[in-house]
Design a protein around this ligand. Structure first.
Ligand SMILES: [Zn+2]
Ligand SMILES: [Zn+2]
Length: 192
């Protein structure tokens, strides 16, 4: 027997407390656009740890626009935080900003024919349920903007391929380009 319980729409307010994930209930945005403006801290686990060296501070703002069958979100972000030098892996400060327009749609579940994904320039986020997590949106937008290659200085010496030390730090690495003299000493011990 099927149960047909009526669940009233949630009346929970948008949480904006510090440290609490900021989410927006799209169910409540059905007639007029809703603006948002948030400052978020994104931990390294939300981003690519091969590129990012620590927490990113993000200002995210924009408008959520209700469409007939989905929502559109237009906004801008400004982010700052440490990223890793591609050569020596030292953290260096980075700032980035960008604009975005993203479609928010329910997941495709056998109704693909009805959804025409012809909007070639739009990003689409498929949402399970009606809650949009602003951290997810911010993490995705920052990931698109992060540099694939960035150097702490144009002449960064990088890491020593032998000991892994940062060759920019004077005296950190004493590796000789030639054969390590200790191996020479061992060899002569063995042959005597
Ligand atoms: Zn470097
Ligand atoms: Zn070395």
């Amino acid at each position: 027997m099927s149960q047909a319980c009526y669940t009233p729409p949630s009346s929970r307010a948008i949480r904006v407390e510090k440290g609490v994930p900021v989410s927006i209930d799209l169910q409540k945005i059905s007639e007029v656009p809703q603006a948002f403006s948030e400052d978020l801290s994104l931990g390294i686990e939300r981003l690519d740890p091969d590129i990012v060296a620590g927490t990113m501070e993000v200002h995210l703002e924009g408008r959520i626009i209700p469409m007939e069958e989905h929502h559109l979100i237009r906004g801008t972000f400004r982010a700052s935080g440490p990223v890793l030098c591609t050569r020596c892996l030292s953290p260096i400060p980075w700032k980035g900003e960008g604009e975005f327009t993203v479609e928010l749609r329910p997941p495709l579940t056998g109704r693909e024919d009805e959804v025409e994904l012809d909007s070639t320039e739009l990003d689409v986020i498929f949402l399970e349920g009606s809650m949009l997590e602003l951290e997810d949106l911010a993490a995705e937008q920052i990931s698109l903007e992060l540099p694939m290659r960035i150097l702490c200085s144009p002449d960064c010496a990088g890491l020593c391929p032998r000991c892994g030390m940062n060759k920019n730090i004077e005296g950190a690495c004493r590796c000789e380009p030639e054969i390590d003299p200790r191996w020479e000493a061992l060899r002569s011990l063995g042959s005597s």
